[in-house]
Design a protein around this ligand. Structure first.
Ligand code: ZN
Length: 56
């Protein structure tokens, strides 16, 4: 078994009316074994965040 390393990702919520909409957060996540590889939920509006970009 390969060891899975967590990756740093830039997560931005775009939900209308969300207090942190448009604010990008850096967070560490483990990739999912099955797609979607990255899955995040906004800490403020609790909506699924689709704007997830790996840190180059
Ligand atoms: Zn949000």
């Amino acid at each position: 078994m390969e060891e899975v390393e967590p990756e740093m990702l830039l997560v931005t919520c775009h939900t209308g009316g969300c207090p942190v909409a448009g604010v990008t957060y850096e967070c560490e996540m483990y990739p999912n074994a099955e797609p979607p590889t990255w899955r995040a939920v906004c800490g403020q509006c609790r909506q699924t965040v689709t704007d997830i970009v790996p840190v180059a």
